[in-house]
Ligand binder design. Structure first.
Ligand code: TRP
Length: 333
């Protein structure tokens, strides 16, 4: 029997290269080997964006199109919308008794995110909601509702998987063995740097290349990418390891990488020429993704059907979990 993989992603914006090389590229491979569920985590997105429902609604469709465009195949993977699976919300309530407030505040991922919020909104913690502090409990419901066994995640999500494992153990201890304890499937993919050289590519950092960017946008973005600041004239030698243009040449597998590197080092390659080359390779890389996006954008009914069908499959799985949970908890009236 194939093992079940469950992963999720918040619909708060389009996918960028960081998402692609850090996660979704991997999912495309995994869907061949595992029974794969991909959750569009709109309820989780609302914990941060409850006052902006239009943004979340719009990005559910955008994210679905992005996922299909990079090669997630609805025949292999089940893509579904979290908010349509009411069992997840129910499980969240049941699990909330099994987690202390102290434990939630100690969760490193939540701790970091709360610190970021305080930095933005002031130090009184007034902006931190109950729903936000509790989102790891909801994520444990995401995972267990579908009996997720392996959870492909990056390093930053490990504390959430650990929290889920604790909830599962406690549940099974108290109510009898019912839930499956998931394991993280840590991706070896590095974090992707931004156009400005920042360690992280991110929407809020304004340094991202999106899979949906058109040629003109790619042109502008790459022309503005940070290069070695010691290179002033076109024929100055430079250090490619201090250059984001070289970094992306490497990322998208430029077949002439060695030439780029040596010419940069010996000063025979100007940055403008080097950027133009990258623009070409980047557009070539994005071309098939853009073509698929174009197809789905002009067939919205197909996207809608994929999400409906996926959500139906997910719902059936969650219902069967809920039956076992209610029976274990003696609330199966
Ligand atoms: N928290 C994840 C993120 O921000 C998204 C997510 C929601 C998720 N539910 C999940 C990831 C379940 C793995 C499993 O990227």
């Amino acid at each position: 029997m194939k093992k079940t993989i469950l992963t999720g992603i918040r619909p708060t914006g389009n996918l960028h290269l960081g998402h692609y090389f850090g996660a979704t590229k991997n999912w495309v491979k995994l869907q061949d080997e595992y029974k794969t569920f991909i959750e569009i985590a709109d309820v989780q997105a609302l914990t941060d964006n409850f006052d902006n429902p239009e943004k979340v609604r719009k990005n559910v469709t955008e994210l679905a199109i992005d996922l299909l465009s990079v090669g997630i195949d609805p025949k292999k993977a089940t893509i579904f919308i979290q908010s349509q699976i009411s069992e997840i919300a129910e499980l969240t309530v049941f699990y909330s008794n099994l987690v202390t407030m102290a434990r939630l505040y100690r969760n490193p991922t939540v701790k970091t995110e709360i610190a970021q919020k305080k930095a933005i909104f002031g130090n009184d913690g007034e902006s931190v909601t109950y729903g936000f502090v509790g989102y790891p409990v909801s994520q444990a419901a995401d995972i267990t509702a579908f009996s997720g066994e392996l959870i492909p995640v990056g390093e930053d999500q490990l504390p959430l998987i650990e929290q889920c494992r604790e909830i599962v153990r406690k549940f099974n201890n108290i109510y009898g063995v019912t839930l499956i304890e998931p394991e993280p499937l840590l991706s070896s993919n590095p974090r992707i740097k931004g156009l400005d050289g920042n360690e992280k590519m991110g929407k809020s950092l304004g340094n991202a290349i999106y899979l949906a960017d058109d040629e003109e946008t790619i042109n502008k973005k790459i022309m503005s990418a940070v290069t070695d600041t010691n290179k002033i004239r076109k024929d100055d030698p430079a250090n490619p390891n201090k250059c984001m243009v070289y970094y992306y040449h490497k990322l998208i597998n430029n077949p002439n990488l060695e030439t780029v590197c040596s010419e940069c080092k010996n000063g025979s390659r100007g940055c403008v020429q080097c950027k133009r080359e990258l623009i070409n390779y980047m557009n070539e890389f994005l071309k098939p993704i853009r073509e698929k996006r174009k197809y789905y954008e002009s067939h919205p009914e197909e996207v809608e059907k994929i999400l409906k069908d996926g959500t139906k499959i997910a719902k059936e799985k969650a219902e069967s979990t809920m039956k076992n949970v209610k029976s274990a908890m003696k609330i199966d009236y």
